[in-house]
Design a protein. Structure first.
Length: 204
C-alpha cells in the first residue's frame, strides 16, 4: 500500500501565492501530525518526501526511525515571479490567461500544471515500483497529490481541483488491485479558514 500525505498548515498569511517557497509550519503542527498518525499503517518501510521544510518536518515527526528519500520532483508547483505575492495584487494581464488555461500556461518564471504533472508522473512511476519492502508513505503538496490521483484515475488535470478536495494533513491510502490503483480518503479535515490559491474574483 501507498499512503499519500499532505503537509500540515504552513506558516503564511492567507491570500498569499506560494509554491516552492520553503515555508515553516504553524504552532498546531504537533496536534495535526498526531491526527495524521492515527490513520497510518505500522508497516511503512519507505518514506518519500518533498525536500521543502513543511514536508520534511512532518516526515521526521511521523517516521523518526526511517530514512527519508527526498525527491525534488515532489515539490509543489513553481510559482516563479508570483511567489510570496498576494493573489489579489497580481497583474490581471498575467493572471487571467493562466486562470483560463492553468494546465498548459506557465506562471511567469515558473511552471504550468502540466509541467508539474510531468515531473510528478516520472517520480510516481519510480515510487510505485518500489513496494517489495513494505508499505510506502509519500509526503508532499496539494498539487502533487492531485496530480498523482489524476494519473492513476485518468482524470483530466483541469478537473483535478474540483474532484479532489485535499486539505492540509489529509491521508489517502492507495491499493493496487489487478494492475489498477484504488484510493480511499482516510483523513481530510477542512480548515477553519478556507485556502486561497487564486484571486478572490475567481471564486465568485
Amino acid at each position: 500500500m501507498i499512503y499519500l500525505i499532505r503537509h500540515t498548515t504552513p506558516a503564511i498569511a492567507g491570500g498569499m501565492c506560494y509554491g516552492q517557497t520553503d515555508l515553516d509550519v504553524t504552532e498546531s503542527f504537533h496536534s495535526e501530525a498526531e491526527l495524521i498518525r492515527q490513520h497510518l499503517s505500522c508497516d511503512i518501510s519507505q518514506v518519500y518526501s518533498s525536500p521543502l521544510k513543511r514536508c520534511t518536518l512532518l516526515a521526521q515527526e511521523l517516521f523518526p526511525r526511517r530514512s527519508l528519500r527526498l525527491m525534488e520532483d515532489l515539490m509543489e508547483i513553481h510559482c516563479g515571479e508570483w511567489e510570496m505575492r498576494a493573489w489579489d495584487e497580481l497583474p490581471p494581464e498575467e493572471v487571467n490567461p493562466w486562470m483560463a488555461d492553468f494546465v498548459r500556461i506557465r506562471i511567469p518564471g515558473g511552471e504550468s500544471y502540466l509541467d508539474l504533472h510531468d515531473r510528478v508522473t516520472r517520480c510516481w512511476n519510480a515510487i510505485s515500483e518500489d513496494q517489495a519492502a513494505g508499505d510506502i508513505a509519500v509526503i508532499a503538496h496539494g498539487g502533487v497529490l492531485r496530480s498523482i490521483l489524476s494519473r492513476i484515475n485518468d482524470t483530466p488535470l483541469v478537473d483535478s481541483f474540483s474532484l479532489y478536495s485535499l486539505h492540509y494533513g489529509c491521508v489517502i491510502r492507495l491499493l493496487e488491485v489487478e494492475g489498477r490503483w484504488q484510493y480511499e480518503v482516510l483523513w481530510n479535515q477542512a480548515p477553519a479558514e478556507k485556502e486561497q490559491h487564486k484571486p478572490k474574483a475567481f471564486y465568485r
